[in-house]
Every structure is written in structure tokens, then in C-alpha cells.
Ligand binder design. Structure first.
Ligand code: FES
Length: 275
């Protein structure tokens, strides 16, 4: 939450350091060393050797080491202007992880438990303005355990018209994506940060406040630290933050889904309920 005043009062405790994971490696930054308005993208591009992450819509950026997925997207010529590619990669990634978590039988080596029909449904809601759906779907289908490789379109892994494409030519894939999505050291950092009620970082122009509950949020908003119009509420964090915003509560008349619940989690819960 950004506010116009820079004074830290008793309502919040100042944050001394920010810890995060970059490609699984621990990064620690002194809070006094960065402006509170610095975005993660800006930090990565200017303060680390990595220049790969790009600015997308201005609110969100995605950069995950999705090696086999990235290579297959590229090898099936699935990225044209690249505008939709991060979202497509995230959709494919979550479909692979969800499929591999299922109780389906183990797939052949190098494949996912994902089926071709699930692969085709992975992109519902993702728009590609370059009309590149066929190669994108092919890249996703290449992970499916029931795929007929001969059906897949032009790619760099085998020659066009090859009657017996060799699956080992595809960039190797390990079940579940082989990716650690949340390093253990961050879990313990979060656990120790829960000892604090609230947290804040103040800069010369603006401040960053991190309430840990809805009650604390209202306490902060009504504290007189800033006017309502100067506050921007940001909830770009679906794994930690205010727990009530990620809660899913079953009620007599339906299900209440917290505003910060991820779409994939919501779909998972609604599927479970419908079953
Ligand atoms: Fe351009 Fe999809 S590659 S929008």
C-alpha cells in the first residue's frame, strides 16, 4: 500500500531488509538501500546480472526457469511477438503441475500425465493476438502422455513429414515440471516475519505498508497517516500476505472466495465441489 506521508508511527514497525528468491537463490536487500516504489522487475534488471525479464502490462511480469517448456515453446515456433507467451507458459506450467499431481497412472518417461484434451483446454481465456494458437497448443501437447507426435506441426526437433518422430529429441521433461516453486528458506523467513504485527518501508516520496490482517488494514487506513485518495491497495501476492484474502469458505448458500485467491486454485476448488 503506498501512502503520501513518510512518517512511520507506532501503527507499523519499519522493515530492515527484504528477502526473496531469484532463480531459487536467496537475495537480501537492505530496505534503506531501495526506494519503496521500486518494482521487482526494475530491481532485477538494474541490480542483478539478469536482463531477461521484460515489462508486460506494467503491473505484472513473469520470469520462471521453465527450461523444457521454454525450449519447446521456442522449438515449435510458438512465440511470435511474444506478448502472450508469459501467460501461455504459466497456463501450460500449471496444467502440467496439476496433471502430474493427479492419481493418474505414471506416464511414459519424458511425458506428463497431461492428456491431449486437457492440453487443448489449457489455454481457455488466454488470447494470442498473433493467431499463433496451433504452435502453442502443439508445444503443450508435446508433453501429453497420449499424444501422437506425428500430429504435431512444424518444429526444430524432427524433420517435416517424419513418420516416426523420436520423443527423446524433445527437451527432456521431469514429472511435475521439476521446479521448486517455493524455496524452504523463504518459508522460514515468512514464519519468522509473522512475529511482527505490521511492517512498513518509508521513502522520501512514498511509503509501503504491509498489514497482516483485514483488521490491521482498517486500523492503518483509519490511522490518519494518509488520505484515502492517496492510497493504492496492491495485492500482488497469492502465497502470503493477508490470509483472509486467500481464504475459501464454504457457506450454506455457496462458496466465498477471497479476492487474492489464484484462478487455478479457484478452479481446483470448484471442480472438487462439483464432484
Ligand atoms: Fe503475439 Fe501471442 S505471440 S500475442
Amino acid at each position: 500500500m503506498e501512502g503520501e506521508k513518510t512518517t512511520t508511527t507506532k501503527v507499523v514497525a519499519p522493515v530492515e531488509r527484504v528477502v526473496f528468491a531469484l532463480n531459487g537463490e536467496r537475495q537480501e536487500v537492505a530496505a534503506a538501500d531501495v526506494e519503496p516504489s521500486t518494482t521487482l522487475l526494475e530491481f532485477i534488471r538494474t541490480r542483478t546480472p539478469f536482463r531477461g525479464p521484460k515489462l508486460g502490462c506494467g503491473e505484472v511480469y513473469i520470469s520462471i526457469q521453465l527450461s523444457p517448456l521454454r525450449k519447446r515453446m521456442s522449438g515449435f515456433h510458438a512465440s511470435q511477438c511474444g506478448f502472450c507467451t508469459p501467460g501461455m507458459c504459466m497456463s501450460i506450467f500449471s496444467s502440467l503441475v496439476n496433471a502430474d499431481k493427479s492419481k493418474k497412472p505414471a506416464p511414459p518417461k519424458g511425458f506428463s500425465k497431461l492428456s491431449v484434451s486437457e492440453a487443448e483446454r489449457s489455454f481457455l481465456g488466454n488470447m494470442c493476438r498473433c493467431t499463433g494458437y496451433r504452435p502453442i497448443v502443439d508445444a503443450c501437447k508435446s508433453f501429453a502422455s497420449d499424444v501422437d507426435l506425428e500430429d504435431l506441426g512444424l518444429n526444430i526437433f524432427w524433420k517435416k513429414g517424419d513418420k516416426h518422430p523420436d520423443p527423446t529429441k524433445l527437451p527432456s521433461y521431469t514429472l511435475g515440471g521439476g521446479i521448486c516453486t517455493f524455496p524452504d528458506f523463504l518459508k522460514s523467513e515468512i514464519k519468522s516475519s509473522l512475529d511482527f504485527n505490521d511492517a512498513s518501508i518509508s521513502g522520501p516520496r512514498e511509503g509501503w505498508y504491509c498489514p497482516k490482517s483485514i483488521k490491521q488494514y482498517y486500523k492503518l487506513v483509519n490511522s490518519g497517516l494518509f488520505s484515502e485518495s492517496s492510497v493504492k491497495v496492491v495485492v500482488g501476492n497469492t502465497s502470503t500476505g493477508i490470509p483472509e484474502l486467500s481464504a475459501i469458505v464454504r457457506k450454506d448458500k455457496g462458496i466465498e472466495i477471497g479476492a487474492a485467491t489464484s484462478i487455478s486454485r479457484s478452479i481446483e476448488i470448484l471442480n472438487q465441489e462439483s464432484e
